[in-house]
Design a protein around this ligand. Structure first.
Ligand code: URP
Ligand code: ZN
Ligand code: ZN
Length: 597
């Protein structure tokens, strides 16, 4: 017998039936989708680690409380105050008995926050671009992530010659060395019957529930409006989320030519060739096309006020006007008195006809648009692109560009007031020799900056320490919202019994410092070089294993799991009803008698 009962438990046993906690069924193991390939959070037989995190403040997106957290076999088993080393679960009450086991690692979290591990919705590991490849692969990039408190990321599969299946095969191979959990988005570069069928396979069989359309990178990844429309329609029918890189690629191309003609060939030419208005234009266009199709939209790396304001407008807007009963409550946005009648559709030139017993109601629902700022856009400005040293300036080249001072602060405000919902990184790193491919022509500088290791610290310092968001909001924007959008909540993004044990312990009294000498990414530069701030991730637990503690990484290649993500996230709820209302509002076709004379 590995356990010894305490006296108090013996008394409890007289009254209740008790089971060891590992006999609990996992509520997230009921459906096939959403479960990693290994299955139900069980990583491997050697990982029967038992952890007890004691004395911390457990923070979820909706609530924070003083509680201990008990973990077994990669799963959170209990979150309760005053847990002792091993928990027995007793019915009808939970976690009544306490046992002392000698194989439980106890972690003291007194005075610290115990939070869900970060989920980075936007990374590019081992991605090929401009005849080279990012220096961080699925091992080094993930190791860096874990050192910074991120325990899952979602990477973008690039198709091979337009083929989704070939692209996925390549990325499955790349991801074999993973040391933390990951998922995939799929990029769409062309559209035909094969791509359409493969999108269905991706969603129904391969666990991919989002597709990204690049409106920039002309001649490489860019799609035109026709393709975007086809893609939006297909996404909608599959319940998959459409994502856009929103810059006007044709205009960027023109801007680049203009810079070269002006003799501006350095990294500053990158920013000057693709100003915020081109990001605003493409964001507005994508938003309107998504409204036209009536499907949710996710705008990746929102870098400018221009783009953010388009998102704000759309989220407030009324693309689905309706008629409500006359004399209904004066609080329209909260009341749904009668089923909508005589609806119309679209944004402009719209006619909404209400009957004599109903009245028009102009603002009751916003468009389903998600805006993702990235940490570089939140905390940096473009001044370093003008640095006289090419190596320094070129490391800041990414697209859309890091903007002039003022944009970042506005994005922070939008994150705190809910216009933007979650923070990514767009981690996509090239070392200085690779960046030097563009020494004579900024168009040849591989695009991308680091952030996978720094995101959790920088968001804490910039947003929480400054008082712009609460600790619970921090969990929401770094983890929970991502899990909800990509339909893996509450398996991920929560510290509750049954969730995967992806946990961080953050000490708000400790501090961090960032530099290329000590970071864990393979890149030789860091765009946050020299930054210091308050709040340090002291412990990272991934899949129930302590992988970061005492500034040491203990990661195992191959231990990360692929997380399948199911379609039809919460953004899709009600879309079918809006479509039905639209159809019933058309008053068309009109039956006309054809004159015989
Ligand atoms: O510069 C960037 N953002 N590189 C990665 C590719 C992309 O556009 O997301
Ligand atoms: Zn992009
Ligand atoms: Zn990206």
């Amino acid at each position: 017998m590995p356990y010894h009962f305490s006296l108090s438990l013996s008394l409890s046993l007289l009254l209740f039936t008790c089971f060891p906690s590992n006999s609990l069924s996992n509520q997230f193991c009921k459906t096939e989708i959403g479960i990693g390939e290994v299955g139900c959070g069980i990583i491997s037989s050697s990982s029967t680690t038992k952890l007890l995190i004691k004395g911390g403040t457990v923070v979820n997106a909706h609530h924070q409380e003083f509680a201990d957290v008990y973990v077994e076999d990669g799963i959170i088993v209990a979150v309760e105050p005053n847990l002792r080393n091993v928990i027995y679960t007793c019915y009808p009450l939970v976690a009544l008995g306490y046992l002392v086991g000698d194989d439980v690692k106890v972690i003291d979290a007194t005075g610290k926050y115990v939070m869900p591990g970060g989920i980075d919705p936007h990374t590019h590991l081992a991605m090929e671009a401009l005849n080279t490849e990012t220096v961080d692969d699925f091992f080094s990039g993930q190791a860096a992530a874990l050192a910074g408190g991120t325990t899952m990321h979602i990477d973008f599969v690039i198709p091979v010659n337009g083929s989704l299946t070939a692209g996925l095969e390549v990325y499955e191979e790349k991801a074999k060395k993973s040391c933390m959990d990951y998922g995939f988005h799929m990029v769409i570069t062309k559209f035909d019957d094969i791509v359409s069928r493969d999108m269905e396979i991706m969603v129904k069989e391969r666990g991919i529930n989002s597709f990204k359309f690049f409106l920039a990178y002309k001649g490489v990844l860019m799609v035109n409006d026709e393709l975007l429309l086809e893609g939006l329609k297909r996404c909608k029918s599959l319940g998959a989320l459409a994502m856009v890189h929103a810059e006007n690629g044709d205009a960027v191309f023109e801007g680049q030519k203009r810079m070269i003609q002006l003799g501006i060939t350095g990294p500053e030419g990158h920013a000057l060739s693709r100003p915020p208005l081109l990001e605003g234009e493409a964001t507005a266009r994508a938003i309107r096309l998504a409204a036209f199709v009536n499907t949710p939209l996710y705008v990746v790396h929102v870098m400018s006020i221009d783009a953010m304001e388009e998102i704000a407008r759309a989220r407030k807007s009324d693309y689905f006007p309706k008629c409500v009963a006359l004399f209904s409550s004066p609080l329209p946005s909260l009341t749904f008195i009668k089923a909508p009648r005589n609806l119309s559709f679209g944004t402009v030139n719209r006619v909404v006809k209400c009957t004599s017993t109903t009245r028009f109601y102009s603002r009751h629902i916003g468009q389903r648009v998600i805006g993702e700022p990235v940490v570089s856009g939140l905390v940096l400005d473009d001044s370093r692109l003008w640095d006289s040293d090419f190596t320094t300036a070129s490391k800041y080249v990414m697209s859309p560009p890091i903007r002039a001072s003022g944009h970042g602060k506005a994005l922070q405000g939008a994150l705190s007031n809910g216009v933007l919902q979650l923070v990514g990184t767009d981690h996509c790193v090239f070392n200085s020799t690779q960046k030097a491919f563009g020494i004579d022509d900024f168009r040849k500088i591989p695009n991308g900056v680091n952030g996978i290791e720094e995101r959790m610290h920088l968001v804490w310092d910039t947003m929480v320490e400054s008082g712009q968001i609460s600790v619970t909001d921090y969990v929401r924007v770094t983890s929970t919202e991502c899990a909800k959008i990509f339909n893996i909540y509450p398996r991920k993004g929560a510290i509750i019994a049954g969730s995967d044990a992806d946990i961080i312990i953050l000490n708000p009294h400790s501090s961090f410092e960032i530099n290329a000498r000590s970071h864990h990414s393979r890149t030789d530069t860091n765009v946050y070089e020299g930054r210091r701030g308050k709040g340090k991730v002291e412990v990272t637990i991934a899949g129930g294993r302590v992988v970061w503690e005492n500034n040491e990484l203990k990661v195992v290649p191959g231990s990360g799991k692929y997380i399948k993500m199911a379609p039809f996230n919460y953004l899709f709820s009600g879309i079918d009803r809006a479509d039905a209302s639209y159809l019933s509002s058309l008053n068309a076709p009109v039956n006309r008698f054809k004159s015989t004379t």
